[in-house]
Design a protein around this ligand. Structure first.
Ligand SMILES: Cc1cc2nc3c(=O)[nH]c(=O)nc-3n(C[C@H](O)[C@H](O)[C@H](O)COP(=O)(O)O)c2cc1C
Length: 147
């Protein structure tokens, strides 16, 4: 199963989460590519079966700036037959917690991607949520391997 994690990250927290997710998948036998959204074109997703996308939230109901071209490109893509999941860090001290993750999830569904499990949103310091992020990734891997 060809698997990719694409993340946008301004300060590095989403990238840290992506690393935990890669490790959780690996523990269940799934190797994956991990790419910064700044370095890829969304067309790349056509080459993968399992698509895991991550974004932080910096403005209520807005995708992080780095992610915008990729997010806009997704709007015209058909990715049916692919499966996926979304994730991202946020901070509940802000009024709109992790809304970029919700937007990403919605856009993925619009492309025809089957979402395998609930989106994973982490509140505050991502390192304090390493275990639950690993756990989420292992659950995602098991759901993907189940068929
Ligand atoms: C100026 C600013 C605005 C933010 N706004 C939100 C927000 O509206 N909702 C939210 O859940 N988190 C918000 N956050 C928290 C970030 O999403 C969080 O720090 C995240 O871990 C950053 O990820 P990154 O290191 O990958 O860029 C905000 C943080 C900053 C600095």
């Amino acid at each position: 199963m060809k698997t990719i994690i694409v993340f946008g990250s301004f300060v590095g927290n989403t990238e840290t989460m992506a690393g935990y997710i890669r490790e959780g998948l690996r523990q269940e036998g799934i190797e994956c590519e991990m790419r910064d959204v700044m370095d890829v074109n969304a067309e790349l997703l056509n080459d993968f079966d399992l698509l895991i996308l991550g974004s932080p939230t910096y403005e209520p109901k807005m995708i992080q700036e780095d992610m915008l071209p990729f997010y806009d490109q997704l709007a015209s893509m058909k990715l049916s037959g692919r499966r996926g999941a979304a994730f991202g860090p946020g901070d509940s001290a802000w009024p709109d917690f992790c809304t970029a993750v919700e937007m990403l999830e919605e856009r993925m569904r619009e492309c025809g991607i089957e979402m395998l499990i609930e989106s994973h949103m982490v509140d505050g310091i991502v390192e304090e949520h390493e275990d639950e992020t690993l756990d989420w990734a292992r659950r995602l891997a098991r759901a993907a391997l189940k068929g």
